[in-house]
Design a protein around this ligand. Sequence first.
Ligand SMILES: [Zn+2]
Length: 67
Amino acid sequence: MNFFCRILGHTWTPVTDNPKISWNTNDEGLVLTARPAGEVRFYDECLRCRERREVQVKRRVPAPSAK
Ligand SMILES: [Zn+2]
């Protein structure tokens, strides 16, 4: 742990980890569609020692799809 972090505590800054976008063609093979490969993760990162902590994000319950 960083010396300053030990005496002052961590300096957390919010970070988002954007998922990679996978590009796929649609059924006709003509149009590229973007689809996120995973969920966006939210966490804090310390500016000094780069330590990370997960942030508990309250997610809304996804609406049921109409399929
Ligand atoms: Zn730190």
